[in-house]
Write a protein that binds this ligand. Structure first.
Ligand SMILES: NC(=O)c1ccc[n+]([C@@H]2O[C@H](COP(=O)([O-])OP(=O)(O)OC[C@H]3O[C@@H](n4cnc5c(N)ncnc54)[C@H](O)[C@@H]3O)[C@@H](O)[C@H]2O)c1
Ligand SMILES: [Zn+2]
Ligand SMILES: [Zn+2]
Length: 343
């Protein structure tokens, strides 16, 4: 089968023939219907050091996906052929300290789909049945493919109280926009989005007319947020840019005793002054890595069930897998929302 493989530390991927993945007794074989490009795939494409440390080469990449179960291992009881599933890419063991303490996202033996375990930029993928989220019948595979990044945005927003709170989301890429949608559905009262790419600023303004979307190249985001919150700052800042300057802003725009959820992946270490930004403010800092398994997936479903936020318009481009170079260029241009690769 054809797949996108990271074969070396060199920049880019190879589109090549690889063996069909084989399933074990507890696995399922999934025929991939589409897979979305994630910010971390862009980091992997460019071989950025923080992501390369997590990868085991050579590896079939991609992890945000949806597909049909076409083969079922002998011991699998929860899935059958024809089911539409999306994998939780944090392949948790179910047996370690964290898995036994309702914290599977911090599993000590975690495999990462598309990083350490063969992924979804391919025609087929073998995954353990216990990491598959089964979609209700009738859902589109495109909506299925973005459940995982929707979950990242939802977890960023829901990792503390949000109902009745003011919130600022830094970085209005696809996950930033998912986070704004989640904040709205789950009851935030005042919402700000901060972004530098003009097309994404325009997209976020169109999708969320009741939020204040700030182009931080044209307008000081901290000043704007302070003025709109009686000089107090926001209750919650969600960092979804991975950019050092935006990360500093997200602390500066925070109310005292507010909560910061750090989600964006920084390509390298950054300088940061703890004293004014965390200590003097008694800020609550929350690291976000993936989704709470399976709580966040249920929250994503609950959010979609309200019908108050349709994330599908955030998918703006679809490319055949073979045209991945164009797809990745589009994904990092700042001109697109989510980009899907179709095998
Ligand atoms: N922690 C996790 O589990 C996890 C999971 C998935 C993705 N991520 C990370 O979350 C981030 C968001 O994901 P995405 O897919 O939307 O990525 P993305 O790269 O498409 O979006 C990031 C956005 O931030 C904007 N940005 C850059 N500099 C900025 C600045 N100074 N001020 C404001 N905005 C700025 C960019 O223009 C872009 O629109 C990425 O860093 C990604 O790697 C983290
Ligand atoms: Zn992802
Ligand atoms: Zn575990």
């Amino acid at each position: 089968m054809k797949a996108l493989v990271k074969t070396s530390e060199a920049i880019g991927y190879e589109y090549k023939d690889v063996d069909m993945p084989k399933i074990g007794p507890k696995d399922v074989l999934v025929k991939i219907m589409g897979a979305a490009i994630c910010g971390s795939d862009l980091h992997a494409y460019h071989s950025s050091p923080n992501i390369m440390k997590m990868m085991q080469l050579p590896i079939v990449t991609g992890h945000e996906t949806c597909g049909e179960v076409v083969e079922v291992g002998d011991c699998v009881t929860n899935l059958k052929k024809g089911d539409l599933v999306s994998p939780e890419p944090h392949i948790f063991c179910g047996e370690c300290y964290y898995c036994q303490n309702s914290a599977a996202l911090n599993c000590l033996n975690m495999g990462l789909l598309g990083h350490t375990i063969g992924g979804a930029f391919a025609e087929y993928m073998a995954v353990p049945a216990h990491v598959c989220w089964k979609h209700p019948p009738g859902i589109s595979y495109e909506l299925g493919a973005i459940h995982e990044p929707l979950g990242v945005g939802v977890h960023g927003v829901m990792s503390g109280e949000i109902n009745g709170k003011s919130v600022a989301v830094f970085g209005c890429g696809p996950i930033g926009m998912f986070a704004i949608g989640a904040a709205r559905v789950f009851g935030a009262t005042k919402i700000f989005g901060v972004e530098v790419a003009p097309k994404r600023v325009a997209m976020a303004r169109q999708l969320f007319p009741d939020a204040t979307i700030i182009n931080s190249k044209e307008q000081d985001p901290v000043k704007t947020i302070m003025e709109a919150t009686s000089g107090l700052g926001v209750d919650v800042s969600v960092e979804l840019s991975g950019n050092a300057e935006a990360t500093r802003f997200c602390f500066q725009a925070l109310k005292r005793e507010g909560r910061v959820s750090l989600v964006g992946v920084h390509p390298k270490a950054m300088e940061f002054d703890f004293h004014p930004n965390i200590i003097l403010k008694e800020a609550r800092v929350h690291g976000v890595f993936g989704r709470v398994i399976w709580q966040t997936w249920w929250q994503v479903r609950a959010m979609l069930d309200t019908g108050k936020f349709d994330p599908l318009p955030i998918i703006t481009h679809r490319f055949p897998l073979a045209e991945f170079e164009q797809a990745f260029k589009m994904a990092e241009s700042g001109e697109a929302g989510k980009v899907l690769l179709i095998p």
